[in-house]
Every structure is written in structure tokens, then in C-alpha cells.
Design a protein around this ligand. Sequence first.
Ligand code: UDP
Ligand code: MG
Length: 309
Amino acid sequence: MEGKPYISVLVPVLNEEDSLPELNARLLKVLNEMGNPFEIIYINDGSTDSTPFLLENFHKENKNVKVIEFNRNYGQHMALFGGFEYAKGDIIVTIDADLQNPPEEIPKLIKKMEEGYEVVGTYRKDRKDSIFRTIPSYIVNKITARLVGVRLRDYGCMLRAYRKDIVEYMKMCPESSSFIPALANTFAKKIVEIEVSHEERKKGKTKYSPIKLLQLNFDLMTNFSLLPIQFIGMVGVGIALVGILFALYLFVRRLIVGPESEGLFTLFAILFFFIGIQILALGIIGEYVGRIYHEVRRRPRYIVKRELL
Ligand code: UDP
Ligand code: MG
């Protein structure tokens, strides 16, 4: 199919050699059946397996398949930012490479977009992940929704569609780490979330270790709001007030009861509590300072080593 693509499908890929052949075949089938001009852009996020060769072959077999290669691993969201720079479609769809979200769901998203929405998000129908993934991610979804002020039913589900202008706005955000679904929702007015099916990861392993997952959520929290730092400030004021009241109480008690030397360990307990809070506060300040450091360094967010367009 020739002409300017109507749909761009972006696929971030990190060592997915086992899923790629099936993914590519299913994507091509679905997109061809829809009958609009399309492009598939794979972003190779520093894979070390046979992924680059597979992607090159996909490109040789079909000119609608494009490949961008990063010089190293920058993370899924950076990979998508990279893809945004190349996407020419009116509708931009992001999908994981591991086949957990079936490509056959894409027409559903496109249909919704054509009803006039700017962003079509998805949430996973009976999500097929271990409880070690689903329970933390449930808690994270709840807390994040509160903190970030961007309500998403399922932050983890990356099968999403965006209108071209929303992607343009996202490209204007030069922060060195970001969380695309939340970012998109800060720009869009007409957002809808639909249910999509979810499959078990059949091949390969998840690319997110618990540490990486935690990092992603810190990113999400500190990138989208100042609430954590403001909250700590308020807690500080509260604690100081309690401290003043406590001192007053001790003073009055001294006048009535006279000198006492008990309560030494209570003091310790209180002290530890304060120390804990202080360290926490420092940590949070550190998080923001670290982020500022990242931004002022102005390093390139990613480096494209090779493009097959
Ligand atoms: N991915 C990536 N770079 C990374 C981590 C992941 O491009 O640093 C890709 C990965 O190949 C997959 C998608 O992002 O296509 C989602 O990763 P994964 O399935 O491991 O995450 P999960 O589904 O476990 O949240
Ligand atoms: Mg997955």
C-alpha cells in the first residue's frame, strides 16, 4: 500500500527474537485487512539477541516496515519518543512486542479514534500476569492516579492510540524521562479507555525487574507533580506544631510535678521518628534535585544509530 500512512504503529523492542516473527505477521495481516495506508516502526532499544537481523529482514520484505536502532538501551518510553519523531500517520498506535496485547485489537482502537477521540487508552481484561506483578501494579495504579492527577485505569497497558497533534505536543516535552500515557492525557481533552484482551507472555521474559518498575513509578510521581514534596512540607509543619505542644506540656508538668528524669526512652522514640521523617524528606528532595541535574546536563535523550526507512 502506497501513500502517506494513515496509521503508524510503534513497537519498542528489547530482545524479543522469540515473539517478533509472529508479531510482525499478525500486525501486517491486521493492518492490511483494514485497508488504509500504514507503517510499522520498530524501535530497537539496544537488543543484544538476533532482534536486529529479524527487523532488517522485515524491512526488506515489506516497505511499510521501518526500523530505528538506538545505540544502547534507553527504556521503553524513550523508545516510543524516538518512534514519535518518525511517525507520519494521522493516528499513532503504540503496542508492546511481546504479544501480550494482541495486534487484532488495533482495529477497535482505530474505530474509537474515528469517533473523534484524541487518545484511546486501554485496560486489560483479566490481566494474565503473576500476582507479583498484578498486586503491586494495582497499588501503584491507585496511588499514581491520586498523585499524578492524571486518571488512567491501567497505567501499565501500553496498547494505545494517539492523534497526530497529541504526539506533536508530547514531542515538545524535552524532559529526560517521562511516562507517555500520563503525558498524553495532560494534553488531550477527549480521552476514552476501552477494554482489550491480554495474554500471557509466551516467549521471553519481562524486561522490567522490580527495581526498574520502582524507578518507573518514581519517575511518574516526580515528573508529573510537586505533591510529594509539598506533602512532606505539610507533614513537617504538623510535626513542628506537635513538638511545640509537647514542650508546653512538659513545661506545665515541670511547674506542677517538679523535676523528673523519666521518659528518656520516650524521647528516643520521638527522636527516631523525627530522624526518619528527615531522611525521607531528604530523599524526596534528592529525587527532585537529581531530576534537575538530569535536565541541566542536557544530554541527548537517546541516540539513533541506524534507520531503515
Ligand atoms: N522494552 C524496551 N526497552 C526496555 C524495556 C522494554 O523497548 O528497556 C519493550 C519490550 O521489548 C516490550 C515492551 O517494551 O516490547 C514492554 O516490555 P515488557 O513486556 O517486558 O514489560 P511488561 O509487559 O512486563 O510490563
Ligand atoms: Mg509485556
